[in-house]
Design a protein around this ligand. Sequence first.
Ligand SMILES: [Zn+2]
Ligand SMILES: [Zn+2]
Length: 295
Amino acid sequence: MTDPAVAAGSAPKHPYAGAVIALATLHGKAEALAPAFAAIGARLVTAEGVDTDTLGTFSGEIERQLPPLDTAIAKARLGMAATGLPLGLATEGSFGPDPMIGFLPLHREIAVLVDDTRGLVIAESLDSHQVRHGGCPLKVWDALDQTRLDHFGFPDHALIVRSEPFAAGGTIHKGLRERAALDAAIEACRRTSPGGQVWVETDMRAHMNPTRMQRIALLAERLVARAGTGCPQCRAPGFGRTGVQPGLPCADCGAPTAATLSEVASCRACGFHDVRARADGLTEADPAQCDLCNP
Ligand SMILES: [Zn+2]
Ligand SMILES: [Zn+2]
């Protein structure tokens, strides 16, 4: 049955329909972020001349000083300041071993929509094991073999080469996507490295890493969906999941485990929160996760 309100064309409008939003990025993220916003009639304006790398780089020449969420908010504010717009969008990625599983690499991308017209920050994040991230040292006699290059996703995914150890005055080459350029960069970095050792790693800037770009596009869809969800209490946009509660019972003995029992959704504007069952419907934990059954 068609909802009469929808049929009459009075379906609730997305709070950011038609909005103009500043985006500060050096790394071509607009391409991945724009479609989700275009779908609600919002437009992204790329802030020219804003150097988001001052807030930290993946390759470590500039260390990130703030936690990822604060870095993303600071980036969004750089774009708002440069364009004079009251709305700003930014994303921030982090990469490393999964804190729960350990050996598996984890990509966490955070996106924020800073809204000074409502005094709100709407944040969404996406965790993924689908990630092209890694690095390895190359001693003076080592060559980069095909297996390693395939693992890095080269040449679709660009590489960075730097002298090792990397200190002030060291050489770094980024965005390498051709074998000849990669080999030349390795040679150049060897010449400035005291022991002839170099470090090769994936270039995690969005436009250099198509796997990351895909995740950013998906995250943009989630951020738009969240921005379109109003708080049940105060109607402010951005209501959604903010955390989880552990204690899912063991399927064998029923004892609470560290696995997620419920999800907490909250409103950043009024503080209202709501505890709900897991979205995936799981009601029992694998006994392998139980401290009693599997000490
Ligand atoms: Zn158990
Ligand atoms: Zn609220």
